[in-house]
Design a protein around this ligand. Sequence first.
Ligand SMILES: [Zn+2]
Length: 70
Amino acid sequence: MALQPAPLSAMELIAAEPVRLVHGRKAVCDGGIGPLGHPKIYINLDKPGPKPCGYCGIRFEQAPHHGHEH
Ligand SMILES: [Zn+2]
């Protein structure tokens, strides 16, 4: 059996995706159009740091706040 060349994996594609800053505490992701499309889900951004979408792996992070919220 010959080794098959590995297709470009989704993870490699995602590594090239910048983190998407979201104003608000929830991101909405449906993967966009094309092969990464998936049912719309909401991603909780309450905690700091980027959060990957469980379907397509695009990362979202809450945009820095301006003003005084604390
Ligand atoms: Zn997604």
